[in-house]
Design a protein around this ligand. Sequence first.
Ligand code: CUA
Length: 173
Amino acid sequence: MKKKLGFVTAMTLFGLAILSTRYYMVDLPVWHFLGGGEGPDPATLHLRGEFVESNLGAAQGPAGSLTMRMIAQQYVFVPQCIVVPAGVPVHFRITSADAVHLLSFLGTGYGLKAVPGAVTEATFTFDKSGDFKIPCHEFCGAGHYAMRGRLEVVPRDQFASLLPSERRICGPR
Ligand code: CUA
């Protein structure tokens, strides 16, 4: 009985901890659950279509909008580190090459699920400059606990002055 109560308490605390995390999560398109074939094929992600290697990372659109394309796969994020300007909405498009992964942007309150065969979209604005870890928060296999990326938020002016190639590299500037 005591053991059972302990378990219930632990699960309740776990539930509260999850609720208190201010994740902004995006529901997947309905067609994903209906078995529609609109999503990217996990097997050929790197070879063709929107998520080929050269198309990953930040892409500047008209009027300065920013789209960030990423792949999650056992056990890395591609790109492993992303650079974004502070205070500017960044539109994410992410998919998975294998299992379900959850990018958790530590310290920002944002989270994003990556699901094979579907594209998850969300627009996040990171207000504070700084370095943030992106651990995977969905168990995805043996290497799950070591799966982490990095987010570097730089001041808007600084981002504007970076060359496209520099926007692909994190690190001391
Ligand atoms: Cu990817 Cu856990």
